[in-house]
Design a protein around this ligand. Structure first.
Ligand SMILES: [Zn+2]
Length: 68
């Protein structure tokens, strides 16, 4: 049971397959921390992210989001 993988507990980025996805937290206006609201790839050339918003999951790349 040691082949779970190598570098810690974060899932691999499914886009670039090289870097990890790390959890990000957000703070609402009520100063209630929303843990793990978003996940982002640590590879800055990849910029893949997943965001939870209102119960829906959005995913894409930061560059595509900025182009809107
Ligand atoms: Zn990536």
């Amino acid at each position: 049971m040691s082949d779970e993988c190598c570098s810690g507990s974060y899932p691999k980025c499914q886009k670039c397959g090289k870097a990890d996805l790390v959890p990000l937290s957000d703070f609402s206006n009520n100063s209630v921390a929303i843990r793990y609201k978003a996940w982002a790839c640590t590879n800055k050339d990849c910029r893949f992210f997943i965001v939870l918003r209102g119960g829906d999951v959005y995913y894409g790349t930061a560059s595509a989001e900025a182009a809107r």
